[in-house]
Design a protein around this ligand. Structure first.
Ligand code: XMP
Length: 607
């Protein structure tokens, strides 16, 4: 069936994708479009939403987008930057200033279908430097906002022209901090654009099953089954579409799996009734050989991705499956964070977006039935397909596995001058709260204003409550350059020195990390917190702090909804005490720290 759909124009913020999911939650299909796309790219849409952007409308930044979008004969709604562009285009004024950041109260001035079912005052989320200070002749003010008691009211927080069918919100209805943002987006899609709510998971299954059948024809699909949620759900969907005998599954032990993971994965696929054409290969030697001399995160990711393909092709030959299509459980965020949209920087190359795979995609040899879905939607789909709850709610685990959680180094201090320069500044910030701090001579990947960063962590030491620690982390990122992570020391003393060790991806180090990770996972389960944290990477860093050549372990519990953004999760003292007892007892470990970093500026994985 033809679904009514909304185009979301991506001005560079990751928020565009959040908007798209929120439209889909209202059972209306949404697709992402680029600002420079021609008018024809918008054919068939019943409405358009312009996303926010890191650019400043007052300075005319990003002004070269296709304004023809505003001549389309469908309703258009803009958020933040999009709101300002709409105001400007129709004769309003946008100035640099009157910035707002945080929760605000939106005072709604009239009964309007956009706000149907809502209160006269609604909590909204603001994050902007520019502001609309006047609107053009056709427009009226639909609402104003105020950040807190005593603050000055901010006019034109919501504007609109029913004659032109153009609307703008200064706030971000797509983030959860705008309490009824979902309703506002649903109102726009359904009441203003007249979209029918036909896009449901049942429909998705029916249509995707048909699409798979059309794509695959009388061929078969060969799928790498990691045991993770995405590839498992994809396997079930392929099996549903293709029937018995046309889906071959391969589980590769790349040596970068969790403790006993491969054995558990084989058992799981048997339980799911997919064990008949399930193959297993231990390729850990090949992966470790490819990683032997790799230190830089992107180099490691590429080596892992390429080895997956080499192993896959070898196995396909061995099993006589060369003509099969490659099935992948790629989901939407995997493609965008690899730079899949024009304006998104490459933050990390996901293992299913390495060059060889890109070539296979271009040659039409890859089927990715989940490529338009976000994790929450994949889980909903998994439940529909009858996959048990514990499997669907397993924490996400990256394709390159422990390969991106075991940091490697050549023993040199990177950026020694920078570290020496910022050390007094970070210590001074910590001292204000009675703590100590030092920047560490290692680097990890992060994301700042949608761009990739490869910078240093800062380590805080001392007693403080959670709020203080989070606040310190936020302050240090704002005031000191060169940092993208904040750690809290979980041992009793502040280490006196930090020296990078020369350390590569060896079996021994992987074994040590596996043991640390196992201790963390078991502790989360024992304390009943496994389902409450989104994910909890455990990371091993070759950093000597006790003069005995032993390494530093980092625990990174996070809360998240879609992995596009995340915050550090607070763990209770009893659990931390267990981790201290069990991890510090491992020979080879000299220190234990807690990652306090949100995303941005850190990413969830360290590399
Ligand atoms: P980052 O570290 O980019 O992670 O904030 C976002 C989410 O993606 C997972 N991740 C991966 N998943 N292949 C995957 O299938 C990969 O190469 C990969 N890298 C990161 C990460 O665990 C988190 O859930």
């Amino acid at each position: 069936m033809q679904h009514d759909k909304i185009a979301v124009v991506d001005f560079g913020g990751q928020y565009a994708h959040l908007i798209a999911t929120k439209v889909r939650r209202a059972h209306v299909l949404a697709e992402i479009r680029q600002p420079e796309d021609p008018d024809e790219a918008f054919a068939g849409f019943k409405g358009v939403i312009l996303s926010g952007s890191p650019s400043l409308a007052s300075f005319g930044e990003d002004a070269d987008w296709n304004k023809g979008i505003l001549d389309l004969d469908v309703p258009v709604l803009g958020f933040c930057f999009g709101h300002q562009e709409i105001a400007k285009h129709y004769g309003g004024t946008v100035v640099h200033g009157k910035q707002e950041w945080g929760h605000a109260d939106l005072h709604i001035l009239q009964d309007h279908p956009l706000f149907a079912g809502l209160d006269k005052v609604e909590q909204v989320w603001m994050s902007h430097f520019d502001s609309v200070t006047a609107v053009g002749p056709d427009f009226t003010e639909l609402g104003w906002s105020v950040l807190g008691e005593g603050a000055e009211p901010h006019r034109y927080a919501a504007i609109g022209s029913d004659r032109l069918r153009r609307y703008g919100f200064q706030f971000h209805p797509e983030v959860d901090d705008t309490l009824h943002g979902d309703a506002m987006i649903a109102n726009f899609a359904r009441k203003i654009c007249g979209c029918r709510p036909t896009w449901t998971m049942e429909k998705f299954v029916d249509e995707e099953v048909q699409r798979i059948r059309d794509r695959v024809g009388d061929r078969s699909v060969f799928l790498l089954a990691s045991g993770g949620v995405d590839s498992t759900v994809a396997a079930k969907l392929f099996a549903e579409a293709l029937g018995p005998g046309r889906l071959k599954l391969l589980h590769v032990d790349n040596g970068l799996m969790r403790k006993d993971e491969s054995r558990a994965v084989c058992a799981m696929f048997a339980d799911l009734g997919l064990g008949d054409d399930f193959h297993f290969v231990d390729a850990s030697d090949a992966f470790l050989a490819a990683l032997e001399d790799k230190i830089e995160p992107e180099a490691k990711r590429r080596a892992i991705g390429d080895t997956f393909i080499a192993v896959f092709e070898g196995e396909a030959r061995r099993l006589g499956l060369q003509d099969h299509l490659l099935g992948q459980g790629t989901i939407y965020p995997d493609t965008i964070e690899t730079g899949g949209t024009k304006r998104a920087d490459t933050i990390k190359t996901h293992h299913n977006r390495v060059p060889i795979i890109e070539e296979m995609i271009a040659a039409g040899k890859v089927v990715e039935p989940l490529a338009d879905l976000y994790k929450v939607e994949v889980r909903e789909l998994g439940a529909k397909l009858g996959i048990p709850h514990e499997m669907i709610w397993r924490h996400p685990f990256p394709g390159p596995g422990l390969g991106v959680r075991l940091l490697c180094a050549d023993g040199h201090v990177p950026d020694a001058d920078l570290l020496a320069r910022i050390a007094p500044a970070v210590d001074a910030i910590a001292a204000e709260a009675g703590l100590r701090a030092a920047p560490l001579p290692i680097r990890s990947v992060g994301v700042k204003a949608d761009l990739r960063s490869y910078e240093h962590p800062v380590l805080f030491h001392g007693q403080a409550d959670w709020a203080t620690l989070k606040q310190l982390a936020g302050r240090v990122f704002k005031t000191v350059g060169g940092l993208n992570r904040a750690l809290w020391n979980l041992t009793d003393t502040m280490p006196r020195s930090f020296l990078p060790l020369a350390a590569g991806m060896t079996r021994d180090r992987l074994e040590l990390l596996r043991e640390c990770d196992h201790i963390v996972m078991e502790a989360l389960r024992r304390h009943g917190l496994y389902d409450q944290v989104w994910q909890c990477p455990t990371v091993l860093v070759p950093l000597e702090i006790d003069g005995q050549g032993r390494e530093l372990c980092i625990v990174r519990p996070i809360r998240s909804e879609r992995a596009m953004t995340a915050t550090a999760a607070e763990l209770p003292p009893a659990l931390l005490a267990d981790l201290r007892r069990d991890i510090l007892a491992l020979p080879g470990i000299s220190g234990l720290t807690y990652d306090l970093t949100s995303k941005p500026p850190g990413t969830i994985e360290w590399e």
